[in-house]
Design a protein around this ligand. Structure first.
Ligand code: AOF
Ligand code: ZN
Length: 383
């Protein structure tokens, strides 16, 4: 159903509130709500996992604290109000009890426990329910915001975004013979690098391989400056526990660094790393490669709903080959690194091959000196 212009404005405000809660809602969805009557905003709210209240309850509480009664108001919610008893009671019941007359919703809840049940409850109570057209820009933006939640609640595995900065010829870095040891080779400019911190802020965990740790000595922290309820879990696939004790990762470890290694990794390395506050977990694997599905399952067991991959050619290639990547974000810098350079993903000749598989690709320009970097985002599976 198409929305009236004022509906769209209030729903957009609800989406802005949800967006501000990114980093505070996981493993729940990010949701915003605005209560409006006769053009007057009575209350607003967003869901923060630690505060338990869903967005609707937060908005009702704010309206009450301002002395407003919500009778006859319209509730604008980015996600269908819930109908189930979870950590809180059903929001649909709370809206009915509050005397809401109308409810405008941007997206249906992908949680099988809800999935239309909240809308049905509201309708049965005589509340007018309007759902935005799923193809509208507003509905699409709202859905994107909860990509990870939708994936997690349906498959119980984290949503995987693979990020890479590449040259126009699809290379990650110059050939090893040209590279200086421990010197990260920057392809993209400031704007693209700041954008990466936004990506890191959106996820629960970041995953890389030991090759990247040894070559770049990255710290893999979220430097967006935005609040988050759980620190970003930094995960390294490190079969033989070669992560140096003096690496940036280990030096900054504080229950946010997890090394996944093989069952045969040296016990003395595990002891030394554990002494530095690093968590070490042994996984199954074969032929020197850890089982990537097992790695993702381990993260799922910790309620990690989203993972950003910032790895090297070999990890990128393995994840893509195994079909474990859900979304791809490539930053293209305007340079060529040549035939001998390290490919974006081992076993995949060119990122163009991958781009052909992307559903709904989106292209954005990012300033880089006098040139510009280009960000390409797309989904590898139909959502
Ligand atoms: C809403 N409004 O703001 C959110 C909803 O464990 P609980 O009680 O917090 O319930 C979590 C589920 O509720 C979650 O899986 C999703 O289906 C829905 N989230 N629903 O009405 C909100 N965050
Ligand atoms: Zn709810």
């Amino acid at each position: 159903m198409s929305l009236l212009p004022h509906d769209e404005r209030h729903l957009q405000r609800a989406l802005d509130l949800a967006q501000e809660a990114v980093g505070l809602a996981s493993p729940n969805p990010t949701v915003g709500c605005v209560l409006v009557r006769d053009g007057v905003v009575l209350g607003e709210g967003a869901h923060h996992y630690d505060e338990r209240d869903h967005a609707e309850i937060a908005a009702l509480k704010q309206a009450a604290s301002l002395g407003h009664t919500p009778q006859g108001a319209t509730a604008y919610v980015t996600l269908e109000p819930c109908s189930h008893q979870g950590r809180t009671g059903p929001c649909a019941d709370a809206l009915i009890a509050a005397g809401i007359a109308r409810c405008v919703v941007a997206t249906v809840d992908p949680n099988p426990l809800v999935s239309g049940g909240g809308l049905a409850k509201l309708q049965a109570a005589g509340i007018e329910v309007v759902v935005a057209d799923p193809a509208s820009a507003l509905a699409q933006r709202t859905r994107r915001l909860n990509d990870a939640f939708a994936h997690w609640i349906q498959h119980r595995r984290p949503f995987v975004t693979l990020k890479a900065a590449v040259s126009v010829d699809g290379k990650l870095a110059p050939a090893p013979s040209v590279r200086t040891a421990n010197q990260p080779h920057w392809l993209t400019g400031e704007a693209a690098r700041a954008d990466v911190h936004r990506l890191r802020h959106e996820v629960d965990a970041i995953l890389t391989g030991i090759g990247t740790v040894l070559a770049d000595d990255p710290s893999l922290t979220d430097r967006s400056g935005l609040p988050r309820r759980r620190s970003l879990l930094r995960v390294v696939l490190d079969s033989d526990l070669r992560t140096p004790l003096n690496s940036q990762l280990v030096r900054s470890a504080g229950s946010d660094l997890l090394l996944l290694c093989s069952r045969t990794a040296p016990a003395d390395r595990e002891a030394a790393l554990s002494d530095c506050g690093v968590e070490v977990l042994r996984l199954s694997g074969s032929g020197g490669h850890l089982n990537l599905r097992a790695a993702l399952d381990t993260l799922a067991q910790r309620n990690i709903i989203s993972v950003l991959i910032e790895g090297g050619s070999s990890l990128n290639g393995s994840l893509l080959h195994e079909g474990l990547v859900d979304k791809l974000t490539l930053y293209y810098a305007e340079c060529e690194l040549g035939l001998d350079a390290i490919p974006f993903a081992e076993g995949i000749a060119s990122p163009y091959v991958v781009q052909e598989q992307l559903q709904r690709m989106k292209r954005t320009s990012l300033p880089h000196g006098t040139a510009e970097d280009v960000r390409i985002t797309g989904y590898l599976h139909d959502p």
